[in-house]
Design a protein around this ligand. Sequence first.
Ligand code: PEP
Ligand code: MN
Length: 337
Amino acid sequence: MIIQLNKNISKEEKSNITSSLNNISYKTKTVNTQYKNYLIGIGNNDFDIRKIGNMPGVEDIHKVSMDYKLVSRKWRVDDTIIDLGDNISINRNDLTIMAGPCSIESEEHAMNIIEHLEENDIRIMRTMVFKPRSSPYSFRGLGIEGLRTISAECKKRNIKIISEVMEVSQVEAMHDYVDIFQVGTRNTQNFNLLDALGKVDKAVMIKRGISGTIDELLQSAEYVFSNGNEKILLCERGIRSFEKSYRNTFDLNAIPILKDKTHLPVIADPSHSIGIRKHVEKMALAAIMAGADGIITEVHQQPEKAFSDGQQTLNYPEAKRLYFNAREINVLKRNLL
Ligand code: PEP
Ligand code: MN
């Protein structure tokens, strides 16, 4: 059960509501986000919700019985819009495109990408400086220093930054230099990290775990929301299956199903899912038609020389074509669906 509390609720009113819930064997959890105050009731006794709904201090009450509640569309019907400031927002109508290399290799490299993004009116840059790599001998990113310089340049040019955070201690260090924290597939169920990201007022994009179910992804999002942060995006990036002909199994089905189950925006990552450059564009377009609110894709001036994931990274002309076609297909989707 989700109870939205009045902004000016008194201590006494809140304690009366809590006691009434405890009396019917419901445990309660207070959730204060950047926007609203809620009381979550956890229990399974059936009762007339009007009894709680009519109590002083209650603005709104909903029964939501699944494990994830605040991220559920059963409770909030309208799509969530995430405002990144400076007229950049993630919303259902305007396709969000995030692009950039797998990893930032140097400051010059970043500047080159920034120019490319500006030329193509892409407002969110993949700026990965902490890289989770399967091998400890691979390039693991420029670290926080790199992020600091690039962020200053992006601020001047009104480009927002998405960057992967790998551990709790990095949240504070990265905070002032990112607009969206990315939680990578290896950290989808790092609950301490999700708790920490629930305590900041920055957007968080959670990628689906490598063998994670849709409901597990939603529960990860619930961690962030229930810790106080409503600015959450979800990302389908392919899951591991028995098929070895491509990098991961891009679960296109997950996109409309996620849109049914949650009010949060859904982003698709065609680069890490199929993992084959020449097919990235097709899969991006398919994901948009399947209902994705945006895409995140890898791009590099010379993919064959990229420090990581060159095999799935688009060069500039390929990326330009993708941006154009993605925007076209989004118009078609809006008119069709
Ligand atoms: C990435 O987007 O840089 C990345 C490492 O992706 P994933 O966590 O999906 O593998
Ligand atoms: Mn990559």
